[in-house]
Ligand binder design. Structure first.
Ligand code: BGC
Length: 703
């Protein structure tokens, strides 16, 4: 290979602008013929990808196939809930299935490579990209990361319906100062190891084939120039052997970070740090041939990156059949199938979190004489899809209003009023909403944050519901009819007023294509909600960052003692804690016990707890197990999630659940940053949220 052909393998071109225009890809034809394109971003569709592939394979000197990459984040044509919502299901198998279906659809369109899962831990809801991940917790986030990698990559990467997954954004992107996207990150080594690296490790262990570098710097070193983290830690310590891809234009942005004087230095820094593929900024292809020739870029560094890209193409089976992914017939018959829609409906209803349900307003009877369906989200389509909606189409989406109309009995009149627009008040619409509410026996109010208020570059300094919608709920609440709010959001919101005044709140996130049906399934009680918060809901934005697995401090908060860690103007507690979520039935936890009072550091202890459905309906419960290392040489969190199981019980049914706690669950990084299980007592908590009160202790003895 010539130097230019090698660098071409490392270059990724953005074809998104041309996605809808079959003639546009031609601008890349010459580059393809010259072997200057390693991969495309955003070029999909069986015929377009086949056309480009044919040029690469049949008309270039070496005939190396190209890769087609895109962001397939929570579905492709059939959309599943946004990732934060999926995580709220606490259902690893359901999330794996959703990823599997996304891969089946995307690969039929010729795609080989997705930029998902996003595995960034996010403790700051001001950061809009919190919607793309699994929330604040390392254990849940790691489980979801691995599930998504398994779903996307399947068992055989060379099969025509599996694709390369990408764990992104490496690393600590979610720790941006002030929650402002792309901003500086400055965290301790310990926080990096304990909080931000583990989901990447889980993805690597699940076999992830690609990792994307993050836009941020850490402690003065931008990630795209961070050899220590991209190479020593990711490859050396974690054993990653796939492809590292840059984020969009981020190699060039090393100039903006102020560590490179120009594009050539930027390219050199990135390639030497371990960024194999450059997304869109073309510093490699344009600037590095000269650097190879004058000896500033060692051939071995270049060859190593090229080898990784070629190996990915080999693992995908492209050297055997470069066209195996693009298939017009699969494109037609394997997308948006009834089975895919059914799966999307199931995952969506599993993702809903019943935040509050006083007086049992929910579930609603199907036999109400009149039901008011109000709010700017009631008849929305685009907003049901969330951000990164791939090739999802609004016309595929079932709105809540449509689904409710078809779910109620013939004797029920459904009255609809918008009440407000998404961001602005509308007095005429408000009056109409008040009128239909007065006429109704119950009212469902669909409010939330516009989908485009969370996502990339969507940081907010306020976490309030838009004022017009808040005013709508206040006005309808004052009428005094049974009222339930269905809330759409991609981040925790400060909904203190709702929590205090509204009797029922169902958190729906952005549920995807089958939004309406899934909502109707839960609203009318065919399925009891059981989703749990994967992230803490604060009372006030000033509490952020607020997360359940915080440290104790030397002065834990105590309302009765002045000089303890708290606020003058708001409680230190969250509005809704991590793991919170109610059900239409009730559960009791009994007999929490451990298999041994004392164990050695290398041993595993079994924890058993009995769950009883004490209510009158069948339902799922998410049983959560938390552990606290009571005394350690390094301060430990007040508790840490170490197990969860989503189980279904009929009324009066009871089940004893078994969890295992081994060295991986009990260890932490010691002062030398090596994992250690220290002797001493551990407290185990079990229950339905992170404030579960039931506890039992055991002791680790010996060293
Ligand atoms: C985002 C990535 C995404 C990439 C390609 C970037 O702006 O940060 O998450 O994969 O664009 O679309």
């Amino acid at each position: 290979m010539t130097v230019e052909e090698k660098l071409g393998q490392l270059e990724q071109f953005d074809a998104r602008a041309s996605m809808n225009d079959a003639s546009e890809p031609k601008i890349y034809d010459e580059k393809l013929r010259l072997g200057r394109v390693g991969s495309f971003l955003g070029l999909s569709g069986a015929s377009l990808t086949r056309r480009a592939q044919r040029i690469a394979v049949e008309q270039s000197r070496l005939g190396i196939p190209v890769l087609f990459a895109d962001d397939v984040v929570h579905g492709f044509r059939t959309l599943f809930p946004v990732p934060l919502g999926e995580a709220a299901s606490f259902d690893v198998d359901a999330v794996e299935r959703a990823a599997r279906i996304a891969a089946v659809e995307a690969t039929a369109y010729g795609l080989h490579w997705t930029y998902a899962p996003m595995v960034d831990i996010a403790r700051d809801p001001r950061w809009g990209r919190i919607v793309e991940g699994s929330g604040e917790d390392v254990y849940l986030g790691s489980a979801m990361a691995a599930a998504r990698v398994r779903g996307l990559q399947g068992k055989d990467l060379a099969a025509n319906d599996t694709m390369m997954a990408t764990a992104k954004h490496f690393v600590a992107y979610g720790a941006a100062e002030g929650g402002r996207d792309y901003n500086t990150v400055d965290i301790s080594q310990r926080t990096l190891y304990e909080t931000y690296l583990p989901p990447f490790r889980a993805a690597v262990e699940a076999g992830v084939q690609s990792v994307m570098a993050a836009f941020n710097e850490i402690g003065g070193v931008p990630m795209h120039a961070n050899h220590e983290l991209l190479t020593t830690v990711l490859r050396g310590q974690m054993g990653f052997d796939g492809v590292v891809v840059s984020d969009f234009h981020a190699v060039h942005e090393l100039i903006d970070h102020g560590v490179a004087a120009g594009p050539q230095e930027a390219g050199l820094l990135a390639l030497r740090a371990g960024v194999d593929v450059e997304m869109t900024s073309e510093t490699y292809l344009r600037q590095l041939p000269a650097a190879v020739r004058d000896g500033r870029l060692a051939t071995e560094v270049l060859d190593q990156a090229v080898r990784r890209v070629l190996r990915a193409k080999h693992r995908l089976g492209l050297f055997d059949d470069p066209y195996r992914y693009c298939s017009e017939s699969r494109e037609r018959v394997r997308t948006l199938t009834p089975l895919h829609r059914q799966a999307a409906r199931e995952v969506a209803r599993k993702s809903f979190v019943l935040l509050k349900n006083e007086g049992g307003v929910l579930p609603l009877s199907r036999r109400l004489a009149t039901l008011a369906v109000v709010g700017p989200f009631a008849d929305e389509r685009r907003n049901m899809m969330g951000s990164w909606a791939a090739i999802g189409r609004v016309e595929d989406v079932v709105t809540p209003l449509d689904a409710i109309r078809s779910a109620v009995g013939a004797g029920t009149r459904v009255l609809h009023a918008k009440g407000a627009s998404l961001k602005a008040a509308d007095p005429v619409a408000l009056a109409e909403a008040e009128r239909v509410t007065r006429e109704a026996d119950a009212v469902l109010v669909f409010v939330g944050e516009d989908y485009d208020m969370s996502g990339e570059a969507r940081s907010r300094s306020s976490l309030d519901l838009p004022e017009a919608q808040q005013a709508l709920v206040r006005a309808l609440q004052a009428i005094g009819k049974p009222l339930a709010v269905v809330l759409f959001t991609g981040r925790p919101l400060t909904i203190g007023w709702l929590a205090q005044h509204v009797s029922s709140i169902l958190l729906a996130w952005y549920p995807g294509t089958e939004a309406g049906h899934a909502i109707a399934d839960v609203i009318f009680g065919d399925h009891s909600p059981a989703g749990r918060l994967p992230v803490t809901f604060p009372r006030a934005v000033g509490q952020v960052p607020i997360y359940y697995n915080h440290k104790r401090t030397g002065r834990p908060p105590d309302a009765a003692v002045e000089h303890t860690s708290k606020y003058l103007d708001v409680s230190w507690t969250p509005l809704y804690p991590f793991g919170h979520g109610l059900s239409y039935t009730s559960f009791e936890y009994l007999d929490l016990n451990v298999s041994a009072q004392k164990i050695h550091p290398a041993d595993t202890v079994e924890v058993r707890v009995t769950l009883v459905n004490t209510g009158t309906r069948a339902g799922d419960e998410v049983v959560q197990l938390y552990v606290r290392d009571d005394v350690a040489s390094i301060t430990r969190p007040v508790r840490q999630l170490r197990g969860f199981q989503r189980v279904h019980l009929d009324p009066d049914e009871r089940r004893t659940l078994v969890f295992k706690l081994g060295p991986a669950d009990l260890s932490f990084y010691g002062s030398d940053l090596q994992p250690v299980v220290e002797p001493g007592t551990f407290t185990v908590f079990a229950g339905g949220s992170s404030v579960a009160p039931l506890s039992v202790q055991f002791e680790v003895v010996g060293s």
